[in-house]
Design a protein. Structure first.
Lengths: 177, 82
């Protein structure tokens, strides 16, 4: 082992920078103590695609909930305890035999955080944002979703305040026995 | 029915760039929100109605997929009654 290869308790440079920035915000009282830790904890434990999965699964097994979800998405999602930043104005769009939906933010990376978590890197990439509008079939096929030509692709662009969540069709043979 | 105007300019705009105004149908009315074209350049806040508008993908580019539609949320000042 070389002298510069050791595992010490010294924080990495990035960790030191983050700590310094946090101190600059907490010392003058701009942020309350523990704020950053709480945000980290929340995005690690409370926010993520598992929330959206619960919403979709509930819609699959409860037709009345599905009706409410499509009629007033924000309120129906809040019934399950999900909401907040980037989820204040939700629109759930439904896949069918005739229409397959896909979501993009062509301007930046708007994404429904409360139900899907933080956006993945590919969602923020300029090529995805441009191509999914121009050639959504090819982009979806590259992601493993091949659509028949007669299926219309609906591309939802989060260009204002609405954030979109797709309600996929319930997979076959998943009904209760 | 509304006419959607193209956006060309040096300032921050959320208008899409069309070669000419398009007449299309509003599919959803979403209420009033701060216009980002103003918000990006000042502390002023101008509330405007926003609307969901449905386009054929071919409206936006000639070489877009044929059987595809693009739903775009647009601000009131980008539109005019047709």
């Amino acid at each position: 082992m070389t002298s510069d290869h050791h595992h010490s308790a010294e924080p990495a440079p990035a960790e030191r920078r983050v700590a310094a920035l946090e101190e600059l915000r907490t010392e003058p009282g701009i942020l309350p103590p523990g704020f950053v830790d709480e945000v980290n904890r929340s995005y690690e434990q409370d926010v993520g695609p598992r929330n959206g999965a619960k919403v979709i699964a509930r819609a699959w097994v409860d037709p009345e909930y599905q009706r409410r979800l499509l009629a007033d998405s924000t309120a129906a999602i809040a019934e399950l305890g999900f909401g907040g930043n980037e989820g204040e104005h939700m629109q759930v769009v439904e896949n069918s035999d005739d229409v397959h939906n896909v979501v993009v933010c062509t301007l930046c990376s708007c994404y429904p955080w409360p139900v899907l978590g933080l956006p993945p890197a590919w969602y923020k990439d300029a090529p995805y944002r441009a191509r999914v509008v121009r050639e959504p079939r090819a982009v979806l096929a590259e992601m493993g979703c091949r659509l028949d030509d007669q299926v219309e692709v609906g591309v939802w662009n989060s260009s204002a305040e609405q954030h979109y969540l797709v309600l996929p069709q319930r997979p076959p043979r998943t009904e209760d026995a | 029915m509304i006419t959607v105007y193209h956006g060309r300019g040096r300032r921050h705009l959320r208008r899409w760039t069309f070669s000419q105004p398009l007449v299309r149908t509003v599919t959803r009315v979403d209420g009033c929100f701060s216009l980002p074209d103003v918000e990006a350049h000042s502390t002023r806040r101008v509330l405007e109605g926003t609307y969901g508008v449905r386009f054929a993908a071919r409206d936006l580019r000639d070489d877009s997929d044929e059987n595809a539609v693009v739903h775009v949320d647009l601000w009131d000042s980008y539109l005019e009654p047709a």
